[in-house]
Write a protein that binds this ligand. Structure first.
Ligand code: ADP
Ligand code: MG
Length: 230
């Protein structure tokens, strides 16, 4: 089951977010006015051209980067006045992340990679491993628990990365092109797995994808264009 779902069922809400990068070459207004509300159990796809600000949006929504304007609530909690420690805590408690490249630790088994977020939370190793094993089972990889990332296929690594994102029972998973590095049939399997997890565990997803066919599997599709989401 999913934890951290606020009473109004809104796991993530953004109002008029603004994010600007000030580089030598000049100011880039990446997010001009982004508003979004994601309900528990929802699966939202975000599509848009390369460079349109999709990753920037996920970083801001995921509390990895601060917006320059607007307001953001995560699991019902207003985030603008949180210090770094409370932001990290909220991130660890309420959110999960999956990236285009799996970011698994190569010297740890699949099981220990999935257990890691719980060990960071100071759960005992046997308990963390037990919960990690249950998540590996959810993504169909029980038989690969003792394998290292280097011994897994690209699709299997992404499934381990998904299990790791889910092991803390986040209200919402933010996925940045989780199938971008996979071939068509492996990408389909991964996306169908996201949809299955969304249905069975009730985890909300915001999935950035280039693939219109995959985006069509989500409940809603949003488009990033000129710093706006619609
Ligand atoms: P997408 O994920 O849609 O491809 P990004 O969010 O990565 O787009 O980037 C959006 C724009 O912001 C691009 O023009 C990119 O060059 C710029 N950008 C992203 N991160 C930074 C940064 N840390 N500093 C300056 N510019 C950045
Ligand atoms: Mg990107």
């Amino acid at each position: 089951m999913t934890e951290n779902i606020p009473e109004n069922n809104v796991v993530l809400r953004a109002d008029h977010l603004v994010k600007t990068y000030d580089e030598g070459a000049g100011r880039v207004e990446v997010l001009r006015d982004v508003s979004l509300s994601v309900q528990a159990h929802e699966m939202v796809a975000v599509v848009g051209a390369s460079g349109s600000g999709k990753s920037t949006l996920l970083h801001v929504l995921g509390l990895l980067d601060q917006p320059d304007g607007g307001r953001l609530w995560v699991a019902g909690e207003a985030t603008e006045n949180l210090g770094e420690r409370k932001r990290s805590h909220l991130r660890n408690r309420a959110l999960g992340f999956v990236y285009q490249f799996h970011h698994l630790l190569p010297e740890f088994s699949a099981l220990d990679n999935v257990a890691m977020p719980l060990i960071v939370r100071r759960m005992t190793r046997p308990q963390a491993r037990e919960q990690a094993a249950a998540l590996l089972d959810q993504v169909g990889l029980s038989a690969r628990a003792s394998h290292f990332p280097g011994q897994l296929s690209g699709g299997e690594r992404q499934r381990v990365a998904l299990a790791r994102a889910l092991v803390t029972q986040p209200a919402c998973v933010l996925a940045d092109e989780p199938t971008g590095n996979l071939d068509r049939s492996t990408a389909n399997i991964m996306f169908e797995l996201l949809a299955k997890v969304n249905q069975t565990l009730g985890t909300a997803f915001i999935v950035v994808t280039h693939d219109p066919a995959l985006a069509a599997l989500a409940h809603r599709q949003l488009h990033m264009l000129a710093g706006r989401l619609s």
